[in-house]
Ligand binder design. Structure first.
Ligand code: ZN
Length: 136
């Protein structure tokens, strides 16, 4: 696994949260994207080398609405950049981690993603993501 690719933060209102984080990080949201498969709307901000992903639910059965219902707004997941997501998924499966999807799926920001169940990682939802733009 490589560096932390981004930190995902669950928010109730992405417009409001976006403005707060724009002031906090002294930058602008550079991308807003709907991820229909996940029932979320995402907004990205960059601060130095670090990236923040804000996530708002677009449906009531979205994992983000369930998360906010249970735990309120806050850090939702930590995403690590991986070179070869299938190999990394295979490795983690062998090590006994519970993966939330069998195959990598298309996530926001041109990534292939897979989630590791928080019960496997001390209560933290882990996202693996492979950039689809730097492979061919
Ligand atoms: Zn993410």
């Amino acid at each position: 696994m490589n560096k932390i690719e981004h930190i995902g933060i669950a928010v109730k209102d992405i417009e409001v949260a976006g403005k707060i984080y724009e002031v906090l990080l002294n930058t602008q949201v550079y991308k807003v994207e709907d991820v229909e498969s996940e029932g979320v709307k995402t907004a990205f901000l960059q601060s130095g080398p670090n990236k923040i992903e804000l996530l708002e639910a677009t449906s009531t059965d979205s994992p983000i609405s369930k998360f906010i219902e249970k735990r309120g707004e806050g850090i939702h997941h930590i995403a690590f950049d991986v070179q070869d997501i299938e190999a990394e998924m295979e490795r983690l499966k062998k090590e006994g981690f519970v993966l939330l999807n069998d195959k990598p799926k298309a996530g926001a920001d041109n990534k292939l993603v897979c989630f590791v169940h928080p019960k496997s990682a001390n209560g933290v939802l882990i996202e693996l993501c492979q950039d689809m733009t730097d492979t061919n």
